[in-house]
Ligand binder design. Structure first.
Ligand code: ATP
Ligand code: MG
Length: 358
């Protein structure tokens, strides 16, 4: 069976890290005899917007729904297109229309990378953030009244549904159950947000009745962020609403030394629609065009994609390869964000060679 993958580099460093993501993917496919068909697309980028006045072609849904997965770089070039226009016109359309209701982000301190937290070693930070990805605080329900006058009123609602909440909780419990520690932490704020969040807590408790082996705790989002910094070793699987998950899944990778290595999966678990795999980082206009972006976030996303497509071994081989290259710590190979003087390409090539040589 051939897996069909849509490859969308997007903007800025997305265009630089994507070739390295593809290189690692092809190396793993070669070693494990996996048939891949990669189809590149130039849409969902600000260059495409400049030419067409929109981020996506009118028939994007029909085009992309035929693929088994979407491999994405990064979106955003605020100099030409405001961020909310480029983001809502591309990635957020994919997440919603393809019902990618799970945003899964591993936070793991890798060998050879220094955490900004004092005295943290690999093994101390190793958890997943499971973020609700289609509703909640990012539902875009609300409006402005009396705009520009003294009576101006602005309202934006949070929309949580039982269906939407239970399915992300179920995914998080299943993940926690599959891990050795079997621990789930829920992000809440039921003291301040007194309608939706107490209800979220009830759904967490209710779903937990089906998973008696999983130990559950909960923290208000404010102290939870503090504990990410003070006690990252406490966490195994963390489940959160869309907004809280967004915050936690930037903070988590930051605690592991560089945002440049962090991957993410936007998953439609039923497989009705393609899932999307992309690095956590954005298009990084500040370093774009210099060939120094760390490609590991893109490469690790390729590993998550292979796992999703059922290729556990190939996925593990990519992770083992970048861990080996990082542990070796050759400054001529590593990118500047992790203390090297190499380039996106030197690091990407070293990882792909390692995949083939193991
Ligand atoms: P977004 O809003 O699109 O998620 P952002 O604009 O908040 O992203 P990024 O584009 O991720 O932020 O950049 C944040 C910082 O991290 C920048 O200083 C950028 O140079 C750095 N950075 C991001 N990705 C990488 C990478 N792969 N390698 C090295 N540095 C990176
Ligand atoms: Mg940005």
């Amino acid at each position: 069976m051939t897996h069909r993958i849509a490859v969308i580099p997007g903007d800025g460093i997305g265009k630089e890290v994507m070739p390295e993501g593809v290189r690692a993917l092809q190396a793993a496919a070669e070693r494990f005899g996996i048939a891949l068909e990669l189809a590149p697309f130039d849409f969902a980028s600000c260059d495409y917007y400049a030419e067409h006045g929109q981020m996506l072609p009118g028939d994007w849904f029909e085009i992309l729904k035929e693929f088994d997965a979407i491999f994405y770089g990064a979106v955003g070039w605020p100099e030409t297109v405001p961020d909310h226009v480029s983001l809502w016109g591309s990635l957020l359309q994919f997440r919603r229309r393809f019902d990618q209701y799970i945003n899964l982000r591993p936070c793991r301190l890798l060998p050879g990378i220094k955490s900004p937290l004092a005295n943290r070693q690999p093994g101390d930070i190793d958890f997943y953030v499971v973020r609700e990805n289609t509703e909640g605080e990012y539902s875009s329900v609300g409006g402005r009244m009396f705009e520009g006058t003294e009576r101006e009123v602005v309202i934006q609602e949070t929309v949580m549904t039982r269906h939407g909440t239970d399915r992300v909780l179920k995914f998080a419990y299943e993940l926690a159950q599959s891990r050795p520690r079997r621990k789930l932490t829920s992000a809440t704020k039921s003291n301040g947000i007194a309608i939706t969040m107490p209800w979220w807590d009830e759904r967490v408790a209710e779903m937990g009745r089906h998973y008696p082996e999983v130990a559950v705790d909960q923290f208000h989002i404010d102290i939870l962020t503090a504990n990410f910094v003070m006690h990252p070793d406490w966490f195994d699987v963390v489940v959160a609403s869309n907004l809280f998950g967004d915050i936690l899944s930037d903070l988590g990778p930051a605690c592991t030394g560089t945002i440049g290595v962090a991957p993410s999966a936007n998953i439609n678990p039923e497989g009705t629609f393609p899932s999307l795999f992309e690095p956590v980082h954005g298009s990084a206009p500040d370093i774009a065009g210099r060939g120094i972006a760390n490609p590991i976030g893109q490469i690790w996303s390729a590993a998550m994609m292979l796992e999703h497509l059922g290729h556990q071994e190939a996925s593990a081989a990519i992770v083992a390869a970048f861990e080996a290259v990082l542990a070796e710590g050759d400054e001529a190979v590593l990118t500047p964000d992790i203390g090297g003087r190499g380039t996106t390409e030197t690091l990407g090539r070293a990882i792909a060679e390692q995949v083939l040589s193991e």
